[in-house]
Design a protein. Sequence first.
Length: 134
Amino acid sequence: IAGCDSDKPTQMQTSELEAANLVQALPVTFQQGIVAAQAGEGSLQGVSGTFSVTGAQWRFARYSPEGEVFIDGELIVDAAQQPMLIRGELELSGMLSGELSIDLSYHSSTGVFAGVITVDGIPVAVSERLCCVD
């Protein structure tokens, strides 16, 4: 078939629903990240892998909040800055692959984090109030 490259795996385009579902699975991760960032360190076990915070470094090591999509990479987050900016690029693998681009801010005075998470080129607006983050 013209245009096919049999040496490369077939990559399906990420749908808006798949992107939204992944983003909906992330608030607990970011809540724990914010708490850990304010404390200076902490970690969270996913269904697979780990998410850990040490100082300003948020590290995702084959972390999966739901068991089908895996996240790898690091974000640099300054917990002292207000609003706290959570930005960077992470790699996706598993059921979705490509880049996970994070552009969020967390306002400690309101307990709200908002911004955009882009999943393999599909932007998903985020606005969440985090329960119980002091």
